[in-house]
Design a protein around this ligand. Structure first.
Ligand code: EPZ
Length: 417
């Protein structure tokens, strides 16, 4: 198994263009099977393990997929199968949005439960209820879901929680369903807007993405589209935290600053100098970080749960005490135990972590517990004195394109072995 070896104590300095968003490209690749009469071309696709698996799923379903650099072309003109085997479904969480895509294209699907990082129970009850509201017949038998969407029809539905994945499944299933579907209390994440933009580029008629109410007017047919994926806001926050933790300074380009608003405001509260220009953010770290009193995760436009682990690591070095409350996932503090091996002082109580800053961290052998937890360990290792070995970096490979190479170019002493 590969490892990362990081010798800490060197400032992260320089300029970096942020790669395309994992949580946008995955549902957009699933959506590409809705076009049966052309070849869609998707640009700015990051080179991630989750993208590779999604391409495998597309090929298994019968699509012809090619990849050249950060451009992926998908030809789904042939008949699309409705079955995804467990070995593919279980490798990532976003495989579940193929349920909505297949329901719209093939009218019948047989899929198993999705995988994804262990952040607590990750049920799909909201997905199933929404698709049933849209007229899908879904039966759960021996770990499989049998979806029959011959009677897909528009409806008005309200999610009990603004689930990102369930919102994506609703858009995918409803865009070819006759009539107007109104979906309320839906997710407002930027990745939802990206998916709606791609579907509309294919000829769909979706309005309101990015608000808590989306209107989907079903159309008869979707054509191919040429689309560029939005930048990855969580990867951007990760690099900013790397610079903030190491008394460094960084210029991030090719980003959408308003997608990072809550994180940028917290970094400024930590004492960083933050400057926003068009699609660029500049950050200069202070000599000593200050601890913001409280961080609470929330659905967008609140502070993103995916950045929670990143700040958990960063605040171990801040002067003072911070309380971090995780309101989205039940167990997203697993990196705390690994950070403690490096000298961090984190007290956990149910869905709260109290972080008391220490003068410095020490390098140690640690293991990634999930994607963003792994990135948190990288942040801590870059700031720590001495050498840190990070195992299970396959988690990190799911969501970061060339992380070690980029950090090395920014001055880090980091090796992948
Ligand atoms: C997406 O996961 C992202 N993944 C996650 O990013 C992100 O943390 C999450 O949204 C929240 O922003 C992708 O887009 C591939 P949810 P998703 O459905 O869709 C509960 C990363 O690091 N829930 O909004 O699975 C669920 O248990 C990953 O890039 C139900 O109860 O998130 C959780 O507590 C990690 N029933 C909460 O809602 C359901 O049917 C949020 O889940 C669905 C969800």
């Amino acid at each position: 198994m590969s490892k990362l070896i990081i010798r800490g104590g060197r400032p992260i300095k320089g300029k970096l263009a942020v790669h395309g968003a994992k949580n946008a490209v995955l549902p957009i690749l699933a959506a590409s099977i809705l076009c049966d009469d052309g070849v869609s071309v998707i640009h700015n696709c990051p080179n991630l393990r989750d993208v590779t698996i999604t391409i495998e799923i597309l090929r298994y379903l019968g699509a012809r997929v090619t990849r050249a650099g950060d451009t992926i072309t998908i030809d789904a003109r042939r008949r699309i199968e409705g079955h995804i085997p467990p070995y593919l479904m279980q490798q990532l969480r976003s495989s579940i949005v193929f349920m909505g895509a297949i329901a719209a294209r093939s009218r019948k699907a047989k899929i198993s439960m999705p995988g994804g990082c262990e952040l607590g129970p990750r049920p799909i009850d909201l997905h199933i209820k929404a698709l049933r509201d849209l007229g899908c017949d879904i039966k759960e038998k021996r770990d499989y879901l049998y979806v029959n969407s011959r009677h897909l029809k528009s409806t008005t539905l309200t999610l009990t929680f603004p689930s990102v994945g369930a919102t994506e499944n609703i858009m995918l299933a409803a865009c070819l369903a006759e009539g107007i579907t109104i979906a309320k209390n839906v997710a407002q994440e930027p990745e939802i807007i990206d998916l709606a933009n791609f579907l509309n580029a294919m000829g769909a008629n979706i309005r309101g993405a990015g608000t808590n109410c989306i209107e989907i007017e079903g159309v008869k047919h979707l054509h191919a589209a040429d689309y560029t994926i939005m930048p990855d806001r969580i990867a951007a926050i990760t690099y900013l935290c790397c610079a903030a933790a190491t008394k460094g300074s960084i210029e991030l380009t090719h980003i959408v600053p308003e997608h990072l608003e809550t994180a940028l405001s917290l970094l400024a509260q930590c004492g960083c100098r933050v400057e926003v220009r068009n699609n660029t953010v500049l950050l200069e770290a202070p000599e000593t970080l200050s601890a913001p009193p409280e961080i609470v995760t929330a659905p967008y436009p609140g502070f993103p749960t995916d950045a929670q682990s990143l700040f958990l690591a960063l605040l171990t070095l801040a002067e003072g005490t911070s309380t971090i409350r995780e309101t989205i996932f039940e167990s997203r503090f697993r990196p705390a135990a690994e950070l403690a091996k490096m000298g961090a002082s984190i007290a956990l109580c149910q869905n709260c972590a109290t972080v008391t800053g220490v003068a410095g961290l020490q390098g140690a052998p640690v293991a990634a517990t999930d994607l963003r937890g792994g990135a948190a360990l990288v942040i801590a290792a870059l700031a720590a004195e001495g050498t840190t070995e990070i195992e299970n970096i396959c988690y990190i490979d799911r969501g970061y394109d060339r992380l070690a190479e980029n950090l090395s170019l920014l001055g880090a002493d980091i090796k992948r072995i």
